[in-house]
Design a binder for this molecule. Sequence first.
Ligand code: DGY
Length: 325
Amino acid sequence: MKVFINKRIPENGIEILKDGNLDIMLPETEHPTHEEWLQSCKKADIILSVGGKNKYDKSFFDACPNVKAIALFSVGFDQVDIAEATKRKVAVGNTPDVLSRATSDVAFLLMQMVSRKASYNIAKVKSGNWKDFDAMEELGQELYGKTLGILGLGRIGFEMAKKCKSAFGTNIIYHNRNHNEPAEKALGAKYVSFDELVENSDIISIHANYTPEQADLFNKDVFEKMKENLIFINTARGGFHNEKDLFEALISGKIWGAGLDVTNPEPMQKDSPLLALPNVCVLPHIGSATLEARSGMARLAAENVVAFSKGEKMPTCVNPVVYED
Ligand code: DGY
């Protein structure tokens, strides 16, 4: 079977594909256009899809009827129209677990950076603006005993909650589709409604799976209900927040700060007004960017491809219903 990999991945993934006797296709140019990408997809049976730019929707599946499976190099699967893929019996795999620690590390890092205005202070040092000690300047806020609100307490959210609990003794509240009983038991996490999460948290960290219905979930109305000391952390998908409303909430003092590893759009433009704010820290979507996580992702994505090519169920399949008769 022909597998098209649209971008380079760690070598351990390639080795697994080679051992699986797959015919590997790579992009013909370094920065393929959308049309070139589509032409390559048309020739493939399976896509190993790296990065969130390419959308797998109805028009993709119409254009590429030969594609039988998509192995995503990500835990998020928002770039695939899962209902459409399932309708066409296209199996979709993702890479859960292996990046939970790395991604939650970035959420934890951003929370601390924002609480001490680290990006802004680093910029001050770099630009030669480190001034004399001032007892009233650049005051951050401590996180001890605060309330962490998690939207989407799954694997990544659980890791974030665990770290916050042990480092800062935070109370954990969360909002999910379902109750997370292990987290309630282990961390004393309390299930609350979305409104309660918004109104009672000192820190909100998003770890939910993104769907188009959640576009701009964090908007003007929601920011207005938050506490003034609120630190907003998004390491999930930029679509969850409205960037203009976030900026307004920050400059008007409705909330205290924001740490983003994902933006809307991505990449964030360098003249985004958010970048000028002292209580904002932005990273370029590096949640899973560790050697360990990326090699785990390469392994899982390649194993999904190999399993599919052998007629077996993908080990981490998003739509296992495609295997039912
Ligand atoms: C993921 O795995 O979903 C990360 O955000 C990388 O895209």
